[in-house]
Design a protein around this ligand. Structure first.
Ligand code: C2E
Ligand code: CA
Ligand code: CA
Length: 754
């Protein structure tokens, strides 16, 4: 019955997928962030680099422009400084008109010198021009900055700078510097006026100087800005240069701070960045969102996958009807608990449970009702168990319980009693009442074994014993049972072999007599097994065994064939053959019987089939159809062991039968109590009322024979009249007594075949 043979699929896939999902999500987010950072980094770096290059260029440009201006002023001055006229008109006889025209206004108009001064040998200003106009100075003192440069220049001259010029070794000397003049930044250049021909003599140290001033904040700045596209270029005398501005610092030769030229640089990188960044950001946000959606989708798919996997695992491990763990799961848990046990864990008890009479409910109320019953059984079982106990459904009407928290055997017995009493309460199924029972076999570690196979087998053996015991519905496994089970197995193998080799099995025949004439009306075929070691084994033992191990069809057909073949040549009207309810469930049973009749040549009306109450009540279509088919072919049907079942007698007699056989137990009690007499009398009366013949079996005394004849019982069978005889024995009796075999009570004992 119970064997936990299914393999258990492995679990834990759910958590593994969970982990990989997390790795995947975190990985994608990190990869996205890394990619974003890289792109932004590269863009920012290129922009910064481009800006840096632009700034360097601009600074170079500005410093170059300033240096160019510083070079240009002396060049401008050279165009008037080396000139006889200039010397003559400024030194010997100062000619204001000539000086104004040629040294003042000319320098302004032509070279944009903002101020021009003519300074005499004593460093006094003899002429001044501001923005193209002569100003009246009247030999005033020169500005400190101009005087400083004049002094510097005169030092150069006394050091021989003019001698070098006249010798053609150097350019004309000059002194030049940045300065703040009238609060404005300026470039000042001072140069001596010298004759260009030897005709005009000039004593060293008497030179008149020309000083030019070019302001750096006015037109100079405007020109600078236009020439080099400097935006917002300005002069700052303080350190107020803004962060967004770039600057060039002006210092005097001595390093004194003059001020900054400041402008807002055009930075290509920043421009590109400002243009590109919004698109880039939008793109990255878009990709980010897409990735987020992807991960969410992935998550959903995974979650669905895991859920369906979990469902599949649940289905694989649970019975869909009751929701209980199934055989595979139970087996797995049992293995786990056993390996824990072998590591010195707690004792375990395995209980195998099997419902009694479940099949009848299924047959009479239908499969839907059977399913409901199973669910209710599962609920009642669950109700009887503690939290840690494992309950499983391991077959049709088979359940198993694993107890791993054991106090003692008494506790298990108490649990068994609870379960048995819970099952004995009627079940309300689809407005019907069904009553079933339960049998329980228990095997415990370590006595019954420590492996799954051993425990399961032994719990099964105990269950088998419990099933057979009408009083106690639960049994603990003990070694005696094991022996019995092993014997049963051995017997089963031997029976199988006997059937296959057609040896040791025999059919004997017990005559049945007409009650009035005591002539033979029929013979009942009864099977015998002459076991080589055990001797004659009762069919009460081996017919049940054949039913359990699936040999009953083979055995039944063998008996039927023997009986029909043997009885065919006999003068006796009818041969009766006992048929197990299991044989009737075979859909082709009637066909096979009719086949045997055909084969042996026995007319159908000479065969009587003896059935039991359970065959008659079997609601499965097969049994009913077989019965009908046999009857309509002419085969007679007798209801055996009448009165021992649970059904109402009057109900049974209305069913399609030709005869009843009153059970031995009623016959035995005849004469002991008037109650038994009246029961048998009532049975006969009822049977005759519905046209059913009556045979009484187990007639052992003359008193029984007389009483039964007197109340009108049709036929009699029993040791008083004849025991079962071998076919040969029966033929001998036929020979002695002729056509009409008369009962030979006195010889009966000697002729017994059983
Ligand atoms: P049953 O059908 O009730 O068969 C009658 C049984 O009562 C036989 O036992 C027979 O020997 C015994 N018997 C006959 N007269 C008397 C009597 O006066 N007193 C007592 N105490 N017993 C008497 P047997 O042959 O041991 O068969 C036992 C049962 O085995 C049968 O009961 C029948 O149910 C079953 N059986 C026998 N042969 C077959 C078979 O071929 N197929 C099937 N399915 N069952 C069979
Ligand atoms: Ca019988
Ligand atoms: Ca009987």
């Amino acid at each position: 019955m119970t064997s936990f043979e299914l393999s258990a699929p492995s679990g834990e896939t759910g958590s593994r997928t969970d982990r990989s999902l997390r790795v995947l999500s975190v990985g994608s987010v990190l990869a996205f962030l890394a990619a974003t950072l890289l792109v932004l980094g590269v863009v920012l770096w290129s922009a910064t680099r481009a800006d840096q290059v632009a700034r360097e260029r601009l600074l170079q440009t500005v410093s170059f422009a300033v240096a160019q201006s510083a070079l240009k002023i002396p060049y401008d001055q050279e165009s008037v400084a080396i000139w006889d006229e200039a010397v003559l008109n400024t030194r010997n006889a100062f000619n204001p008109k000539w000086v104004n025209d040629n040294l003042g206004v000319w320098m302004y108009d032509y070279f944009k010198h903002d101020h021009v001064y003519v300074v005499d040998a004593k460093n006094r200003v003899s002429y001044a021009m501001t923005n193209g106009k002569q100003t009246d100075v009247g030999y005033g003192i020169a500005d400190a900055e101009i005087e400083l440069l004049a002094t510097t220049l005169r030092k150069k001259i006394s050091a021989g700078a003019l001698d070098a010029f006249e010798a053609g070794k150097a350019r004309i000397p000059r002194a030049e510097d940045f300065a703040i003049l009238d609060g404005r930044p300026a470039l000042i250049s001072v140069m001596p006026l010298v004759p260009h021909s030897p005709a005009v003599a000039q004593e060293r140290g008497s030179e008149v100087l020309i000083a030019s001033v070019r302001f750096l904040d006015g037109s100079f700045l405007a020109d600078l800005g236009t020439a080099h596209l400097l935006e917002g270029v300005r002069f700052s005398a303080t350190d107020d240069v803004k962060l967004s501005e770039q600057s060039y610092t002006l210092r005097t030769e001595d390093g004194a701070f003059i001020g900054h030229l400041a402008w807002t640089p055009q930075l290509p990188g920043s421009t590109i960045l400002a243009d590109v960044l919004p698109f880039l950001a939008a793109g990255l946000v878009g990709i980010g969102i897409a990735i987020a959606f992807l991960i969410r989708d992935l998550k959903r798919t995974y979650t669905n996958l895991i859920t369906s996997e979990a469902q599949a695992t649940h289905l694989a491990f649970h019975d869909t009807l009751t929701g209980l763990p199934n055989r595979a799961y139970f087996r797995r848990r049992l293995d786990e608990e056993l390996s824990a046990f072998r590591g010195e864990g707690q004792d375990l008890a395995l209980m195998c449970l099997d419902l009694d009479r479940f099949k009848q409910v299924n047959d009479t109320l239908g499969h839907a009702a059977g399913d409901m019953l199973l669910c209710e059984v599962a609920a009642r079982l669950r109700g009887a168990l503690k939290a840690g106990d494992l309950l499983g459904r391991i077959g049709g009407d088979e359940f198993a319980i694993l107890l791993n928290d054991l106090q003692n055997k008494e506790d298990i017995e108490a649990l068994c009693r609870t379960i048995v009493s819970a099952m004995s309460q009627p079940f309300e199924i689809a407005s019907n009442q069904a009553s079933i029972g339960i049998s329980i076999g228990i095997a415990m570690t370590p006595e019954a074994g420590v492996t799954r196979g051993e425990l399961a087998r032994k719990a099964d053996i105990a269950l088998y014993q419990a099933k057979k015991d009408a009083l106690q519905h639960y049994k603990f496994f003990d070694e005696n049972m094991n022996e019995a089970a092993q014997q049963r197995h051995a017997l089963e193998a031997e029976l199988r072999q006997s059937l296959e080799t057609d040896t040791a099995l025999e059919v004997v025949y017990q005559p049945v007599y007409h009650a009035g004439t005591l002539t033979v009306s029929s013979v009942e075929a009864l099977v015998r097994w002459n076991h080589p070691r055990l001797g004659s084994v009762s069919p009460l033992v081996f017919v049940g065994l054949a039913e359990e191990c699936g040999l009953i069809d083979q055995l039944g057909e063998w008996v039927l064939r023997q009986a029909c073949a043997t009885a065919q040549s006999w003068s006796v009207d009818v041969v009766s053959v006992n048929v197990s309810p299991l044989q009737f469930r075979q859909p082709d049973f009637a066909e096979r019987v009719l086949g045997v009749l055909d084969e042996t040549g026995l007319p159908p009306n000479r065969l009587e089939i003896e059935i039991t109450e359970s065959t008659l009540l079997d609601a499965s279509d097969a049994s009913g159809r077989s019965l009908k088919a046999l009857r309509s072919a002419g085969v007679k049907i007798a209801l055996d062991d009448f009165g021992t079942g649970y059904s109402s007698l009057s109900y049974l007699m209305k069913l399609e039968i030709d005869r009843i056989k009153i059970d031995r137990s009623f016959v035995r009690n005849l004469g002991d109590s008037s109650q038994s007499n009246s029961i048998v009398q009532a049975i006969v009366t009822m049977a005759h009322a519905v046209g059913v013949a009556v045979t009484a079996e187990g007639v052992e005394t003359r008193a029984q024979q007389d009483f039964l004849s007197q109340i009108g019982c049709n036929n009699l069978q029993g040791y008083l009249l004849s025991p079962p005889l071998s076919a040969l024995g029966l033929v001998e009796v036929f020979a002695r007594n002729g056509e009409h075999l008369v009962a030979e009570p006195n010889n009966a004992a000697g002729a017994r075949a059983a």
